[in-house]
Design a protein around this ligand. Structure first.
Ligand code: HH2
Length: 258
């Protein structure tokens, strides 16, 4: 899954794809490089962010989706029913909701009615507060219990179980060590029976582990190592900013594991 953030303030690619033509070119390039899906987002969820209105999100993403959502496999990274509904109308196939259908009571129905796919992600708190001393008794079991409950909620709302993928939410209310533990113990999540998404790409834990205590992003080589580790532990979808390099790294990991 390639990431195209149509935002001025995303933590690693903010501003890079804010102009629609740049976002459209990036989406096409990512699919050429081997992405199976492109995740288009119009709102940053970086730690501390406050969010934007549905109108602003639509203003950012609609021109991009009008150009590519019929031609490319696209997911929409949003928590808002109005944004998801428009994106699905334009041809998006999956709604990637970092709140796991908790933020907008209309969103589950929009996904169900469209027959779309959904990604349910774990987050502790909100982007504004999530990195303020996150605590768990047992992070992997608690994230798994949360995702199991949200999966049941989605199914009860009319979304077929086969249309749901699950994501532990790397960096969303977790310490550096908790992020790595979630990948190490990924079997607890894969045992829920749904594809698992991991988004470790460029996240600050990678910069911290490679020696920069104040890092807000992580380097490419560290992102590739995290993607391969996640793949080895059973992740099905890797959400990444550097598609070509990740596809190459995964091709080798796959050849070794075959
Ligand atoms: N991470 C980000 C955004 N959306 N969705 C899923 N399913 N999993 C993730 O790990 C995830 C996500 C944050 O990364 P990015 O989109 O690059 O940054 P920002 O939120 O600042 O736009």
């Amino acid at each position: 899954m390639g990431v195209v953030n149509v935002t001025p303030d995303s933590f690693s690619d903010g501003g890079l794809h804010l102009r629609a033509e740049d976002a459209i070119a990036a989406a096409r390039r990512m699919v050429d490089e081997g992405a199976a899906i492109v995740d288009v987002g119009g709102e940053s969820t970086r730690p501390g962010s406050k969010g934007v209105s549905a109108d602003e999100e639509l203003r950012r993403i609609v021109p991009v989706l009008e150009a590519v959502a019929d031609e490319l496999p696209v997911s929409i990274d949003t928590s808002k029913a109005a944004v998801a509904g428009r994106a699905l109308q334009l041809g998006a196939e999956l709604v990637n909701d970092v709140t796991a259908l908790r933020a907008d009571p209309e969103l589950a129905g929009v996904v169900a009615d469209a027959g779309a796919y959904v990604c349910l992600m774990h987050m502790l708190g909100t982007p504004r507060t999530m990195q303020d001393d996150p605590r768990y008794e047992d992070v992997a079991s608690e994230v798994a219990a949360f995702l199991e409950e949200r999966l049941a909620f989605a199914v009860a709302a009319g979304i077929p179980e086969e249309h749901v993928c699950l994501d532990p939410g790397i960096g969303f209310g977790k310490t550096v060590e908790q992020n790595f533990e979630l990948v190490r113990r990924l079997d607890i999540l894969t045992s829920l029976g749904r594809p698992v998404v991991i988004g470790f790409s460029r996240k600050s834990s990678l910069g911290r582990v490679t020696g920069d205590a104040g890092a807000t992003t992580g380097p490419l080589a560290a992102s590739l190592a995290a993607a391969v580790a996640a793949y080895d532990h059973g992740a099905t979808i890797l959400r990444v900013h550097d598609v070509r390099e990740t596809v190459e790294a995964l091709a080798v990991a796959q050849a070794v594991g075959a």
